[in-house]
Design a protein around this ligand. Structure first.
Ligand code: IPM
Ligand code: MG
Length: 364
């Protein structure tokens, strides 16, 4: 089959890891006889350099015409990069927030999974992770504090800043439905995370999630306050299956969950809208300190490409093949520097891409 895929190489290590993910996709197209037609799109710092803004209307239109978009990472070093001398709405991150909003990508899936081979990298005590863990955070991505009204004013000579946290029931319902749908295909448990002991938006969140749960009698629902959840993630991550939460809480908890795996270079993500379209990106940042050194771990981007095959292109067998290739390369002891441990073979970004592409071909 033929598909149109947008590629956002991005900033920092972005171009290197996207190149390797494309190598793996090319192996998939070769083995399974698909045609992937790639369109390069600019976002973030690369777009600022080329067009003066972090996202252009043309990029939005091009992205909309694709079946899915695969992205590296965007942004630079906030201390040294000239991009951060610009006003906030012109910085790289503003482009990311706008593309999420323009494409209606309200459902952000962030899996955090402990690889057996990488257990040593996990910062938790061995007894806590004895049985491993496998959870996914379903983060609301186009509402809440990120997109509420904000302003900074001076009142009676005193500076004051305001951010607003707004959710309506429709926004809550559609993300809750996504979380329950995913839970149904997994271990059938949703933990809805809020701050209902303080916030009105959380009290509405809880009420709407309860309503949605009625349609999923086979899925267990529990509510958890966000501060407790932050604690439970390091105390007993195996208790979680699907964590459903609003934008800001999801931002914070997903970084925590990724750190708990000990291998942030392995974690993928998907941002989905009402259709099958999605934007796929690694959970990690652009790591400008190692950019261009052939050191970055491309696996998170490769696994994001696997999510793209599964969720947007409906190619389950192909997605499985990519995920299996990652497992086999790890089993054979190949590691990029960030996940290197004794007795393993250290490889570069490009070598890892070659190994993964070869495995996809060999596994068929
Ligand atoms: C993320 C990032 C973004 C966010 C930043 C770069 C705006 O931290 O995708 O988690 O806060 O959503
Ligand atoms: Mg974040």
């Amino acid at each position: 089959m033929g598909f149109r895929i947008g590629l956002i190489h991005g900033d920092g290590i972005g171009p290197e890891i996207v190149t390797e993910a494309k190598k793996v996709l090319d192996a998939v197209s070769c083995v399974y006889g698909h045609t992937f037609d790639y369109t390069n799109l600019l976002l973030g710092g690369a777009s600022i350099d080329a067009c003066g803004v972090p996202l252009t209307d043309e990029t939005v239109a091009e992205a909309k015409s694709c079946d899915a978009v695969l992205m590296g990472s965007i942004g630079g070093d906030a201390k040294t990069s000239p991009w951060y001398q610009l006003p906030p709405e012109k910085r790289p991150e503003a482009g990311l927030l706008r593309i999420r909003k323009e494409l209606g990508l309200f459902a952000n899936l962030r899996p955090a999974y402990l690889y057996e081979e990488l257990k040593d990298a996990c910062p938790l005590k061995p007894e806590i992770i004895a049985d491993g863990f496998d959870l996914v955070i379903m983060r609301e991505l186009t509402g809440g504090l990120y997109f509420g009204e904000r302003k900074t004013v001076v009142e009676d000579g005193v500076r004051k800043a305001v951010d607003t946290l707004t959710y309506n029931e429709k926004e809550i319902r559609r993300i809750a439905v996504r979380a329950f749908d995913i839970a149904r295909k997994r271990r059938k448990k949703v933990t809805s995370v809020d701050k209902a002991n303080v916030l009105d938006s959380s009290r509405l969140w809880r009420a709407v999630v309860e309503e949605v749960a009625k349609d999923y009698p086979d899925v267990t629902l529990e509510h958890m306050l966000v501060d407790n959840c932050a604690m439970q993630l390091v105390r007993d991550p195996a208790q979680f299956d699907v964590i459903l939460t609003e934008n800001m809480f999801g931002d914070i908890l997903s970084d925590e969950a990724s750190m708990v795996t000990g291998s942030i270079g392995m974690l993928s993500s998907a941002s989905l809208n009402e259709t099958s379209f999605g934007l796929y990106e690694p959970s990690h940042g652009s790591a400008p300190d190692i950019a261009g050194k052939n050191l970055a771990n491309p696996i998170a981007t490769v696994l994001s490409a696997a999510m793209m095959l599964r969720y947007s292109l409906n190619l389950d067998a192909e997605a499985d093949a990519v995920e299996q290739a990652v497992k086999r390369v790890l089993e054979k002891g190949y590691r990029t520097v960030d996940i290197m441990s004794e007795g393993c073979t250290q490889v570069s970004t490009t070598q890892m891409g070659d190994l993964l592409a070869e495995e996809v071909k060999a596994g068929h």
